[in-house]
Design a protein around this ligand. Structure first.
Ligand code: BT5
Length: 253
C-alpha cells in the first residue's frame, strides 16, 4: 500500500478521503507529522503533536463497517508496537473496542469511518494514532483515561518509522479482509491481550445506557460480553471503563 507522507494536516482520515476524491488509487495510506484537528470517536479531539504515528488507511468498501474492523486495527497496532517495546509487550493490552493501553494508560486509538466519496463510491477509512516519541509534557491531561507515550513509558525514543511500516502492512490486511467475523486465531489473540478481562467494568453504550458487570470475552462479530449478575449482555458499541475494584492500572497478563 502506497504511503503519502505529509507535514501538517487537519486529520489524516479527512486527508485520505480528499486524496481518494482526487483520484488516488486505493488502497492508500496517509501519514502526517502533526495533525491540527485530529479526531477521536463521536467528535472528540485527538492530540497529535510531532513525534506520534498519525496514520490513516483508506480502501473501497461496500456496506456496513462491522465491529470486527476496529478490533482488527487495534491488533494491527499491537503488532506494530510490540516488537519495539521488548518485554513491555506483556503489558500492552487491547482495550475494547479501539484502544491500546500500556500499563493501563492509553497509548493508541483507532477511528474507523465509512465515508461516501464524491463519485458515489464508498470507502472505509481506518485511522490509527500511536503516541510514540512524545514527551510526557505534550500529552493530554485531564482526560478520562490517562494517556502515555512509548517515550514516556519506556524512557527512550523508539523507531517510529518501523512502527509505521508494520502498521501499514497490518492495515492493508484489515482493508483487504472480506470476512466480517473475526477468525478463531484473531479472536484468541485479542482475548489474550484484552484489558480488564474477567474484571469489573462499566460500559457506556451509545444509546446512553450503562452496563456494569464483568468483562467475559469477545464474540466473532466484535461484540463484548459483559456478565451482569446471571445474564450476559452483548455490547455492540460504546466505551468501557474499569469498574469498582479495578481502578489500579494493570501491569501484566
Ligand atoms: C480514539 O477515539 O481513540 C481514536 C483516535 C484516533 C486517532 C487517529 S490519528 C490518525 C487518524 N486521524 C484522525 O483524525 N484520527 C485518527 P476515542 O476512543 O473517542 O478517544 C478520544 C479521547 O482520547 C479524547 O476525548 C481524549 O480524552 C483522549 N485523547 C486525546 N488525544 C489523546 C492522545 N494523543 N493520547 C491518548 N489519549 C488521547
Amino acid at each position: 500500500m502506497r504511503v503519502v507522507v505529509l507535514d501538517e494536516v487537519g486529520s489524516t482520515n479527512d486527508e485520505a478521503v480528499r486524496l481518494a476524491e482526487q483520484g488516488a488509487a486505493l488502497p492508500l495510506a496517509v501519514r502526517a507529522r502533526v495533525q491540527v484537528s485530529g479526531r477521536g470517536r463521536g467528535g472528540r479531539g485527538w492530540a497529535s503533536p510531532a513525534g506520534g504515528v498519525w496514520l490513516s488507511a483508506i480502501g473501497a468498501w461496500e456496506g456496513v463497517v462491522p465491529g470486527s474492523v476496529a478490533l482488527r486495527a487495534a491488533l494491527a497496532a499491537w503488532d506494530a508496537v510490540a516488537p519495539e517495546v521488548g518485554r513491555a509487550a506483556e503489558r500492552l493490552r487491547v482495550k475494547w473496542p479501539n484502544d491500546l493501553l500500556l500499563d493501563g494508560r492509553k497509548i493508541a486509538g483507532v477511528l474507523c469511518e465509512r465515508r461516501g466519496l464524491e463519485d458515489g463510491r464508498a470507502a472505509l477509512v481506518v485511522g490509527v494514532g500511536i503516541n510514540a516519541n512524545i514527551e510526557a509534557s505534550a500529552l493530554p491531561t485531564g482526560v478520562r483515561l490517562p494517556a502515555t507515550s512509548l517515550l514516556a513509558a519506556l524512557g527512550r525514543a523508539v523507531d517510529a518509522d518501523g512502527i509505521e511500516a508494520r502498521l501499514v502492512q497490518g492495515l492493508a490486511r484489515v482493508l483487504a479482509s472480506a470476512e466480517h467475523r473475526l477468525g478463531e486465531q484473531e479472536l484468541a489473540r485479542l482475548v489474550d491481550r484484552l484489558a480488564y478481562l474477567e474484571r469489573g467494568v462499566v460500559v457506556h453504550q451509545l444509546d446512553g445506557s450503562v452496563v456494569r458487570g464483568t468483562l467475559e470475552g469477545l464474540a466473532p462479530d466484535g461484540r463484548a460480553a459483559v456478565r451482569a449478575g446471571e445474564r450476559i449482555v452483548w455490547v455492540m458499541a460504546g466505551d468501557v471503563d474499569a469498574g469498582e475494584g479495578s481502578l489500579r492500572p494493570e501491569t501484566g497478563f
